[in-house]
Design a protein around this ligand. Structure first.
Ligand code: C2E
Ligand code: MG
Ligand code: MG
Length: 566
């Protein structure tokens, strides 16, 4: 059958004109050269591509179309096809008749017709493919929002820096940058504003460094910079300061609204033998530290810091485990006494943790980690549950529980506390929440609203550790607290420097109708002085150490006039 069709076609083709008609249908440029490199046949698409009419192009050689240095290359390539009979395929960039630079693949094949040899060339324009490929490659290695290199490309650049450092000790530094309070901008002004801020910050970062450095967006509000040119420590620190400035400069959105953020920066310098992964880990560790130290600052990686942070991460993991299994955690109770008659005035719940390997841990060993990791929320809830259940069994005695700002910032803070009170049956008026001055300074409206709601149901708010923070007397005046606890460091020095301060605080508190507890009372002399100053309550080792729940029960049972409801 095939040969029948071929015969029919052959009969219809009467000469070169018919062949021309057929190849003119083809949308891709096709040309035929003879052994002397001259064009003997070409289709309309080829004429359009080269920008000459067929009459002009017939008989053209490469030298009529291309610069002389390219002609030699083309001829040599064509000769190889003529001589070997092996097809060739070349990708090259050419300028077409309209002046557009295109990427083309030219495929060439030798054809024998009788004695003569010809070379048939077909040109495929792959410009669109190549552009799409390049775009995809760009997307794979860049962040779409900012156009900055992404983590993958950044890592490649760090890899190269590591290799250069191995070869020639060329120094380099990795900075990890994280925007502080970016989430607030997103929540308050919307995602579009958030995106605009990220773009603007990316532009500001790029303006700080040299072209040979790499600025990257790792994702979200996290950026990284690779500094590769030789720099002194002071140069790196100057760049860090400029990064911090770039973040604190106000961001003005299209609608004129301004947003304020800050940045934390972690710095890791190249050292012999460090891998890419280790360099980036170090920058991350340093960043973590910058955030811990209050954000808006830069910190350099050190081995001591690394140890501290690994320890904290271990504490966090183990505490998570203890909270899940309920093993090892215990609430201790330290009594508070009325200063005048020294009757029992309350019990303060203090958390302890029997760590499987590290032994008995005090709050200072793990509460800061719990605060940072958010574990303070379930931990604090557990302490409150334990305390309420224990104290509900005894009439009247108030329960003091330490509360962290993280807990007070929680949406469900109030309902959670009320739920625990209800379940345990403890009267809200018996609960005292001990907060620190940092809570008062916190501008978070949620904290203020939660504290207000808690006071409304009768829960007391106590300002703990007064004297260690800002110790602002105006805080006592302007903020609604029921009681202030003067920090033990003041009480310990009351015999010398701090008498006047304790006296003044107590005096002002009395004027404002606020009760005063002195904590950390260890000696009779301190007790006598505090009584004479007029403190309302006293607490300290002089009266009782914090007691485990069994001892606390026994203590309560011994206390006169207390009635056990159980
Ligand atoms: P704080 O609330 O000011 O508790 C008083 C701390 O002083 C307790 O340490 C207590 O054992 C200690 N102390 C009591 N009397 C004396 C004394 O006479 N002399 C001396 N030198 N120290 C005395 P602790 O139990 O290690 O607690 C330390 C801090 O940890 C607490 O300070 C409180 O801020 C925090 N904390 C304890 N339990 C919790 C908790 O459940 N949640 C939260 N968020 N924080 C807690
Ligand atoms: Mg306390
Ligand atoms: Mg205290």
């Amino acid at each position: 059958m095939e040969s029948e069709y071929a015969m029919q076609l052959a009969e219809s083709i009467s000469g070169i004109g018919d062949l021309q008609t057929i190849i003119d249908v083809m949308p891709t440029p096709v040309f035929v050269k003879n052994r002397a490199h001259r064009i003997v046949l070409l289709n309309t698409a080829a004429c359009e591509f080269f920008g000459h009419s067929r009459d002009v192009m017939l008989g053209f050689s490469d030298s009529d179309l291309f610069p002389v240095e390219e002609v030699e290359v083309f001829h040599a390539a064509d000769d190889r096809v003529f001589e070997s009979g092996i097809d060739s395929e070349n990708e090259e960039q050419v300028t077409d008749a309209t002046g557009k630079v295109c990427t083309v693949i030219t495929r060439k094949r030798r054809v024998r017709l009788g004695e003569a040899q010809y070379l048939v060339g077909i040109i495929s324009d792959v410009t669109a493919y190549r552009e799409a490929e390049a775009h995809n490659r760009f997307l794979a290695f860049h962040d779409t929002l900012t156009g900055l290199p992404n983590r993958a490309l950044f890592s490649e650049h760090v890899d190269q820096a590591v290799l250069r450092h191995r070869r020639s000790k060329a120094p380099f530094t990795v900075l990890y940058i994280d925007l502080d309070r970016f989430k607030e901008v997103n929540d308050t002004h919307g995602h579009q504003a958030g995106d605009a801020l990220i773009q603007e910050f990316a532009a500001r970062l790029t303006a700080i460094v040299r072209a040979s450095d790499t600025v990257c967006r790792l994702g979200g509000d996290e950026f990284a910079i690779l500094l590769v040119d030789h720099r002194k420590t002071s140069d790196v620190e100057r760049i860090c300061r400029r990064v911090l400035e770039a973040a604190t400069k106000p961001f003005v959105f299209e609608n004129g609204v301004r947003a304020f953020v800050s940045a934390s920066v972690g710095v890791a310098d190249a050292e012999a033998g460090l891998s890419n992964v280790e360099m980036q880990r170090r920058a991350d560790v340093a960043l973590y530290q910058a955030k811990r130290e209050g954000r808006g600052c830069f910190r350099r990686f050190t081995t001591a810091l690394d140890k501290q942070i690994s320890h904290n991460r271990r504490i966090e993991a183990d505490l998570r485990e203890s909270l899940a299994t309920g093993k090892g955690l215990e609430v201790y109770y330290q009594p508070l006494f009325e200063a005048a008659g020294e009757a029992l005035a309350g019990m303060e719940a203090l958390i302890r943790w029997h760590h499987p390997e590290l032994g008995l841990l005090h709050p200072a060993d793990f509460v800061p980690v719990a605060d940072e990791s958010g574990l303070i929320v379930p931990l604090g809830q557990w302490v409150l549950e334990q305390g309420c259940t224990m104290l509900a069994r005894w009439s009247d005695i108030p329960l003091a529980v330490n509360f962290s700002p993280v807990q007070l910032r929680e949406d469900k803070c109030v309902s959670r506390i009320l739920g625990i009170l209800k379940k345990s049956g403890l009267d809200p008026a018996r609960l005292q929440l001990e907060i620190t001055e940092s809570v008062i300074l916190d501008t978070d409206q949620k904290i203020r609203a939660n504290l207000k709601a808690l006071r409304k149901v009768g829960i007391k708010v106590v300002l703990d550790d007064f004297g260690t923070g800002y110790s602002s007397l105006t805080h006592l005046q302007t903020f609604d607290v029921d009681k202030v606890k003067i920090d033990k460091s003041y009480i310990q020095d009351i015999g010398s420097d701090h008498y006047a301060v304790v006296h003044a605080i107590t005096g002002l508190a009395h004027v404002l109708g606020i009760a005063v507890t002195a904590e950390g009372v260890e000696t009779d002399a301190q007790r006598t002085m505090l009584q004479s100053i007029g403190c309302t309550e006293l607490q300290g080792y002089l009266f009782s150490q914090p007691l485990n729940s069994k001892d606390a029960e026994q203590f309560l049972a011994r206390t006169p006039k207390l009635v056990c409801a159980a």
